[in-house]
Design a protein around this ligand. Structure first.
Ligand code: NAD
Length: 431
């Protein structure tokens, strides 16, 4: 693993790119630490009658461009450093896509698979009780992330509205449709990544039929990008989840894998049970093996820091699409760039999720519902524009796409911060 923790690594990357891009020191300083981070003890009555106390976190990183926005993660490895790194990346991501948001993130240190459904509901409500005065449609707007979903967002909204004694659907996004969720939010992260791959394919003349793809993580983001790619002719040769992965030279039928996982919660069994078993020759692989496969496109879509100094030399894919947040540690950015491995960075590749969350918030605030076609078209407009801006800047200046994305984002944040007054202004150098 990297010697720096994930937050230190995220800061070092932001500082490096900010300095290269000529961002003023005051703005880099503003982005060096979060505006505020709340840690709360969450009491939860367990099914056996006992009381357990979980740790809940919420970080509001920077709000120069608008209310902070970011998901809530339920995972045993959640930590202050992780939440702060994720909130910094959200700050960059919202600016990359030009959304009127700052960046935030939240989490609970818990293995949700160990909880009953009722315990999970009580935990979700306890989180909102602890955070209710800290979040709000104009303050900080949560959403789903790893191991949280629309149902959990629904419980959280219900708790918030009970506390506030009013409807407030704009406080949280990724909700069930009937509670004010947006059509297309469930697929948005995967679709946004797919749109980036299409934009890349146009520019690099990629032929989908000759392109082999490996995807680590088969949750909301991983599944949707897999299915959209397969429908466009790409060959999905490897997928994995927390228990390990499967590989097949001739590719998988993504829908069968998904259905099997829904039915059994198990990925590996998929081609060994029933009739498909005979049709597809596959082998079991580990999550580490998957990253090192000789494929054309590698998509990490699970957790952060899976590619770093420990395995970067063995990465063979010439294109990496960062659907997960922070899957590549900052200290190998330069090495990947030197090796001509093209990385579509997380702050662009997975920005489809927050973009449709923004559409959901806009619909909630205007009391209007958009059709699925409208959502998809608006998402495509934003992703294509963001991709083109980053691509053009990276090409013009010989920089990586990550460097291009951070530069665009930090310039926007800088403009907002300086609009409130800059050193030059107060010294009388500008009017
Ligand atoms: P999810 O909970 O739906 O799925 C997570 C997947 O990762 C599951 O398939 C799980 O089995 C797998 N996984 C967990 N630990 C793993 C491990 N050690 N190795 C391999 N796989 C593992 O979560 P998601 O929403 O799909 O999020 C995945 C990534 O995408 C995260 O980095 C998240 O921050 C990012 N992301 C999600 C959204 C969104 O809208 N859901 C938006 C932007 C970014």
């Amino acid at each position: 693993m990297s010697e720096k923790n994930v937050f230190e690594d995220a800061i070092a990357r932001m500082e490096r790119i900010g300095e290269e891009a000529g961002i003023v020191p005051e703005v880099i300083s503003a982005l060096r630490q979060p505006k505020r981070t709340l840690t709360a003890s969450l009491p939860v009555r367990m099914d056996d009658g006992s009381m357990r106390y979980f740790t809940g976190l919420r970080c509001q990183y920077n709000s120069a461009l608008g209310p902070t926005k970011g998901g809530i993660r339920f995972h045993p490895n959640v930590s202050t450093e992780e939440v702060q790194a994720l909130a910094l990346w959200m700050t960059i991501k919202c600016a990359v896509t030009n959304l009127p948001y700052g960046g935030g993130k939240g989490g609970v240190i818990v293995d949700p698979k160990q909880l009953s459904k009722l315990e999970l509901e009580r935990l979700s409500r306890a989180y909102v009780r602890a955070m209710a005065r800290f979040i709000g449609p104009d303050i900080d707007v949560p959403a789903p992330d790893v191991y949280t979903n629309a149902r959990i967002m629904g419980w959280m909204l219900d708790e918030y509205e009970a506390i506030q004694h009013k409807h407030a659907p704009g406080v949280i996004t990724g909700k069930p449709i009937r509670l004010g969720g947006s059509l297309g939010r469930d697929e948005a992260t995967g679709r946004g990544a797919f749109l980036c791959i299409q934009e890349l394919a146009k520019r690099k003349k990629i032929n989908p039929k000759k392109t082999r793809v490996a995807i680590q993580g088969f949750g909301n983001a991983g599944y949707h990008v897999a299915t959209l790619l397969q429908k466009s002719g790409y060959k999905i040769v490897a997928v994995s989840d927390s228990k390990g992965g499967i590989y097949a030279e001739d590719g998988f039928d993504v829908e069968s894998i998904y259905q099997h996982k829904q039915d059994t919660r198990n990925l590996r069994g998929v081609y060994c049970e029933g009739s498909v078993c005979q049709l597809v020759d596959h082998k079991a692989i580990s999550n580490e093996d998957l990253l090192e496969l000789d494929v054309d496109i590698l998509i990490p879509a699970a957790l952060e820091s899976v590619i770093g100094p420990w395995n970067v030399e063995r990465i063979k894919a010439p294109i990496i699409i960062e659907v997960a947040n922070g899957p590549i540690s900052g200290d190998v950015d330069a090495l990947l760039h030197e090796r001509d491995i093209m990385v579509v960075p997380d702050v662009l590749a997975n920005a489809g999720g927050v973009t449709v969350s923004y559409f959901e918030w806009v619909q909630n605030r205007s009391g209007y519902r958009w059709t699925l076609d409208e959502v998809r078209q608006r998402l495509a407009d934003i992703m294509e524009r963001a991709f083109a801006e980053i691509w053009d800047l990276a090409q013009a200046e010989g920089r990586s796409l990550r460097s291009g994305a951070y530069t665009i984002a930090m310039r926007r944040i800088q403009e907002a911060i300086q609009a409130q007054g800059s050193r030059e202004y107060f010294q009388g150098d500008t009017h």
